[in-house]
Design a protein around this ligand. Structure first.
Ligand SMILES: O=C(O)CCC(=O)C(=O)O
Length: 279
């Protein structure tokens, strides 16, 4: 595990310029394994459901984490889970969502009142599955209101190596400075309106990353997940922090991750997190 490669000023400068920064080898192995363990349990439950409904005969218990979910749904591809969110109140998620060193970095951007924004997701991006292939968007495109005023930092981290072949993300550097742009509804996801996207697509960069790497990006940065043309599930986690003194601009309020003004409201530990629910 490495310490920060760049001092906070350079991180901020790069974030302001490009709209993202990557912290290599940031998370400890145990934190990642804890998330994978929880996801393994969720996949066990998927297998039990498929077994009970007669859609599979073998729950594939020995199949590796990287491929099991895809193999389980081979016979019913239209029914694959797209994401896990409401069911992430699990002890093993606490270590990354409330990671102290990550919150230290986030605090240098947002100040001491930090909310875990009510948009935290584990994505099993399945091979050749349009339902899990997120289209070009700004995160702010999914929120109504004055999104340009939201003081937020988005976080993305892979649970398996994310490469071009299995659908790593792409970013268009600098696009966060354009402010919010219109999005159009497509079958599964919103997409940035063509007149804003097309002239900039040639500037897109691949964000290949390994487990342990943390990608911080701006709420208005143009980004998408490439198609997964491998045989592997590209598992990843994305979540967001916000200045807790602001409104979320959503019905849900999220959870306090750090606070000097209301320390008693902060999520304390893994047991506390697991006792709470999505809100
Ligand atoms: O993981 C992906 O492919 C897309 C994630 C994403 O769009 C996000 O974190 O906002």
């Amino acid at each position: 595990m490495a310490s920060l490669a760049l001092p906070p000023e350079s991180l901020h400068e790069r974030f302001e310029q490009q709209g993202y920064v990557i912290l290599k080898h940031f998370l400890e192995r145990e934190a990642i394994e804890a998330v994978k363990g929880e996801m393994g349990h969720l996949v066990d439950r998927e297998a039990e459901k498929l077994l009970a409904s007669g859609k599979i005969r073998d729950p594939l218990k020995g199949e590796p984490f990287e491929t099991r979910l895809a193999r389980l749904y081979e016979s019913c591809p239209g029914e694959t889970p797209r994401r896990y969110r409401e069911n992430l109140h699990l002890k093993g998620m606490f270590g990354i969502l409330f990671h102290p060193r990550l919150l230290d970095v986030v605090e240098t951007f947002l100040g001491p009142e930090i909310r875990l924004y009510p948009n935290y997701t584990v994505r099993p991006k399945l091979p050749n599955d349009p339902g899990t292939q997120v289209l070009w968007h700004q995160d702010g495109g999914y929120t109504e209101g004055a999104v340009e005023q939201l003081r937020m930092i988005n976080i993305w981290t892979p649970l398996v190596p994310a490469r071009v072949e299995n659908g790593c993300m792409q970013f268009i550097p600098g696009t966060h400075r354009m402010g919010p742009v219109p999005h159009v509804k497509k079958t599964h996801y919103l997409e940035i309106a063509e007149e804003h996207l097309k002239p900039r697509l040639n500037l897109a960069v691949d964000i290949e990353a390994d487990p342990g790497d943390i990608v911080l990006f701006h709420n208005l940065l143009f980004h998408y997940g490439r198609p997964n043309v491998s045989r592997m599930v590209r598992w990843s986690v994305d979540w967001r922090y916000q200045d807790a003194s602001q409104s979320t601009l959503r019905k849900a309020r999220g959870h306090l991750a750090r606070s000097r003004s209301q320390p008693e409201q902060v999520v304390r530990d893994a047991e506390h997190w697991a006792s709470l629910s999505f809100q």
